[in-house]
Design a protein around this ligand. Structure first.
Ligand code: ATP
Ligand code: MG
Length: 863
């Protein structure tokens, strides 16, 4: 030991050179490396080396003091031994010391050039007991936690700390190895004499440090994340800039494009609202990257606005005679329709406005609704656009989707206007009755705004989101049936009905319009083709069955194509050579220009053409050869009377037609069965018909309870949808015939509804029904007397060919329709009123005693 003890009670003091330390506290049991530079200190070391290498290592209070006096040095230090001493080249000394024992400086002895101190050893206390044991454990485990957080502590140190069980040594080892605590705190640990106190303090310090370290760790990880993110952004930005630099050309192109848009804008008369909107969008666009998705969206939007017809319009013609002439040129007949159009134009010419209601053409397919609208455009010098509304279910289809949706576009209305390219086209809303409504909204509601002249000044498309003026657009709509048009829409339009064509009208249309048109289309301009009326009638009767002329046009075209083939086959060489366009395909529709003058093409060609001028006559027999076998039978009716079969008349979107009704009677229990494609209300009609027959059983010579032992089967053999309740008289006639076994006349057709007592009620669609009857070669038609007023509407040519019988009661129907040899026997003088002349009988009354047209016809055997 360094201290020599000569008495038991007073501790032995020793005089040792002292080494003041700037920023370190050396603990006992600890080896430390020190660098010594101060002269006084080096002298102290030299002195120690010359003695027994013992030195008092003590911290100075302020590390910065260069030459501290004794009062600037702490009292408590450690007496240690110099293990190694190395003099370095720069005059400083590197020394390795090992702490041995705590000691207190008692007195500084006078000495020349180093501190010589009298020190007294410190003996520790409180190193025993359970509490100390507990403290040891907690200090050890805390140190372990601390070491994990602070990476500067070597794992060997942790291991050695775990194995120390001397509390004093433990506290000193840990204190020496805590890198983060301050000098003052270290000194505190050194100077505490009580081991327990020292351990507690150590524990406290470590806990504090752990807390700080944990917070530090958290902050570190947060900072690290932030760093990563900003680094990534920085990197990507750099990369993007590099790419942009590479794509420099694209930027230029983008600028050009914007300049082009600006140029285009100057030429358009945009509304103030549209102009500000476009300006705003352009500003946005200039700041965007050209290839970004955003820029594409904005550019599309601007493109749409710019491409709309702002202020572009065609000059309208107000010359009514020219308009009339054009309408006449394009279409046959349709007088009412043409008249209305001319009126419309006249009002417009006077007022300069399109104030009158929108026209709506209603009629069966193929009667020229769409094509007359096209003619109106031609007659008024406007452009023509057509928007088919068939199958449109969604309001957004008409009005567009808001721009917030991906891939949004303007609605069909704006799209069509763009196509028209002018602000004042004729805009045909075709097939307005074929729109449907579902959960996505009602397209009709969008059209309401469009079709209302009061509202359409400011039509707002969802995509454009600005008001567009539609007031100069001339809207025309078409429909096959009124029932399909929503009522509010119907209310805003003026309905013009186009009815089916009669055979005579069809013939005229074919002769004057369809033949020349298809001939031209087939390149037969230079060939004389004479299609005889007989031939056309043959086509109408046997190859078409329709209200309009669409399939007639198709058949005539097919006739022309076949003829073209024949021409090329027979006279191919000379004919083809003679044509200026040449080519092998002289029969193609683009083959020949319209009526070219011979001399305009040079004398040789003209001569060749004259020589090649061919003449073809198509007569009735020729039609069969060209079009093949008949598609339809001439007359629908059978040529002899049958029991239980009656011809009714029906009307649908496709015009009028014959509707056969068959009834058979079998033994049974009074059941009534109805089959065939039926509309609502037909079953009730059948019940009413049966009730009438039961009420009249005695007149008809039937047992009063005939129905109890019989089943009636009513059947409609046509697979075409039939209209609602107008087949009452037909069913009743078939039933009466089937029950009495008296046949029904085959050349009669009828229409009408009946009440239980046999009164005949009026029906709709008389005109279409009579046209159909005439088309089907029916001779007599039975119609309700209440429909007499509708006869004016029926074309005269139809009326002339029909024997029309007006009836009030079912008895009159049976008397007329059943093939009886003595009708008076059954029905007395009950008889319908016959209209046989061309003119409609003046209302209210005509003598109802006209004899049957041909009395001989009545001479048939009764059953
Ligand atoms: N009165 C007529 N004069 C001349 N051609 C006609 C006449 N009526 C119809 N056509 C011709 O018949 C063809 C069919 O007409 P269009 O397409 O206009 O029928 P639509 O009434 O619109 O039928 P849908 O209801 O089926 O649309 C057209 O080629 C048209 O030129
Ligand atoms: Mg049409």
């Amino acid at each position: 030991m360094f201290f020599k003890n000569d008495g038991a009670d007073s501790p032995v003091r020793a005089q040792i050179p002292a080494l003041p330390l700037r920023d370190i506290v050396v603990f006992p049991h600890m080896v430390s490396q020190l660098f010594v530079g101060r002269e006084k200190s080096i002298a102290a070391l030299d002195e120690a080396m010359s003695r027994d290498k013992e030195i008092f290592l003590v911290a100075q209070k302020n590390a910065r003091t260069n030459d501290p006096g004794p009062d600037e040095i702490y009292d408590v230090g450690t007496v240690g031994t110099i293990v190694q001493l190395l003099r370095l080249a720069d005059g400083t000394v590197k020394v390795l010391v090992e702490g041995r024992q705590r000691a207190r400086a008692k007195r500084y002895l006078p000495s020349r050039n180093y501190f010589l101190v009298e020190v007294e050893p410190i003996f520790e206390e409180g190193a025993e007991g359970v509490e100390v044991e507990a403290l040891i454990r907690s200090v050890q485990s805390t140190f372990e936690v601390y070491a994990k957080l602070n990476k500067k502590i070597q794992p060997e140190v942790v291991m050695s700390v775990q194995s120390i069980d001397d509390p004093s040594k433990l506290s000193d080892t840990i204190a020496a190895n805590l890198p983060t605590i301050k000098l003052a705190e270290r000194y505190e640990l050194l100077s505490a004499m009580n081991v327990k106190v020292r351990l507690e303090r150590l524990y406290q310090l470590m806990q504090g440090e752990i807390e700080i370290l944990q917070v530090e760790k958290k902050i570190r990880s947060r900072v690290k994340k932030q760093m990563e993110r900003s680094q990534k952004e920085y990197y990507l930005n750099e990369q993007m800039q590099a790419i942009q630099k590479e794509l420099g050309g694209e930027r230029d192109e983008f600028k050009n494009e914007i300049a082009e848009i600006e140029e285009a804008l100057k030429k358009k008369a945009l509304s103030a609202e549209a102009a500000t909107k476009v300006e705003k969008e352009l500003k946005k666009l200039r700041m965007m990257h050209p290839t970004s998705a955003e820029a594409t969206v904005v550019r599309n939007y601007i493109d749409w606005i710019v491409s709309l017809p702002w202020g572009d319009r065609t000059a309208e013609t107000f010359d009514l005679s020219v308009a009339e002439q054009i309408l006449e040129e394009d279409h046959f007949g349709l007088e009412k329709c043409k008249e209305r159009i001319v009126e419309y134009l006249a009002v417009q010419a006077l007022t300069g406005q399109l104030r009158s209601p929108i026209l709506c053409f209603v009629g069966p397919p193929g009667v020229g609704k769409t094509s007359i609208a096209r003619s109106i455009a031609r007659a008024t010098g406007r452009k023509f656009v057509r928007l088919s509304l068939g199958g449109v279910r969604d309001e957004a289809e008409v009005r567009g989707h808001r721009r917030t949706y991906i891939g949004a576009l303007p609605g069909k209305l704006i799209q069509s206007l763009k196509k028209a390219g002018t602000q004042n086209p004729v805009f045909l809303l075709d097939e307005i009755d074929k729109m449907s409504t579902d959960f996505r909204g009602d397209p009709a509601s969008a059209l309401l705004e469009v079709l209302d002249p009061e509202q359409n000044k400011a039509f707002n498309d969802h995509y454009l989101d600005l008001d567009y003026d539609l007031s100069e657009v001339m809207f025309i709509t078409t429909a096959n049936s009124l029932s399909g048009i929503p009522i509010p829409l119907r209310d805003r339009m003026e309905i013009i009905e186009l009815s089916s064509y009669t055979e005579i009208e069809k013939l005229a249309i074919a002769r004057r319009y369809l033949v020349p048109k298809t001939k031209r289309d087939c390149g037969l301009v230079d060939v004389d083709v004479d299609v005889q009326d007989d031939a056309l009638r043959e086509v109408i009767r046997h190859y078409t069955r329709e209200a309009g002329v669409r399939s007639l046009e198709r058949q005539v075209a097919s006739l022309m194509r076949k003829l073209a083939l024949r021409v090329v086959k027979e006279h191919g060489r000379e004919f083809v050579r003679a044509t200026p366009v040449g080519g092998e395909d002289a029969s193609s529709s683009s083959g020949l220009p319209e009526a070219p003058e011979g001399d305009a093409l040079g004398p040789d060609v003209g001569k060749a053409r004259a020589a090649a001028r061919l003449k073809y006559v198509i007569d009735r027999s020729e039609v069969g050869a060209l079009l093949g076998v008949h598609k339809y039978r001439d007359v629908r009716t059978d040529d002899h009377d049958l029991v239980g079969l009656t011809h009714g008349l029906s009307v649908s979107d496709f015009g009028g037609d014959i509707l056969d009704c068959e009834v058979t009677v079998v033994a049974g229990k009074g059941k009534l069965v109805i089959t065939g494609l039926l509309e609502k209300g037909m079953e009730e009609s059948a019940q009413a018909a049966l009730s009438y027959i039961r009420a009249r059983s005695s007149v008809l010579g039937l047992d009063a309870d005939f129905y109890q032992a019989k089943d009636l089967h009513v059947h409609f053999p046509d697979f075409v949808r039939k209209d609602g309740p107008s087949a009452g008289v037909t069913m009743a006639t078939s039933m009466a015939s089937a029950l009495t076994r008296i046949p029904v006349r085959h050349d009669i057709a009828m229409t009408g509804e009946i009440t239980l007592r046999g009164r005949v009620m009026p029906i709709g669609g008389l005109k279409e029904k009579l046209i159909a009857a005439q088309r089907n070669r029916i001779r007599t038609v039975i119609i309700p007397r209440d429909n007499q007023k509708d006869l004016k509407e029926v074309p005269e040519t139809v009326r002339a060919e029909l024997r029309i019988v007006l009836v009030e009661h079912m008895d009159e129907v049976l008397r007329e329709a059943l093939a009886l040899d003595d009708p008076a026997r059954l029905f007395g003088d009950r008889m319908g009123q016959v209209v046989t002349y061309h003119d409609v009988p003046p209302e209210p009354e005509l003598p109802s005693t006209d004899p049957p047209a041909d009395p001989g016809e009545r001479d048939r055997p009764t059953v």
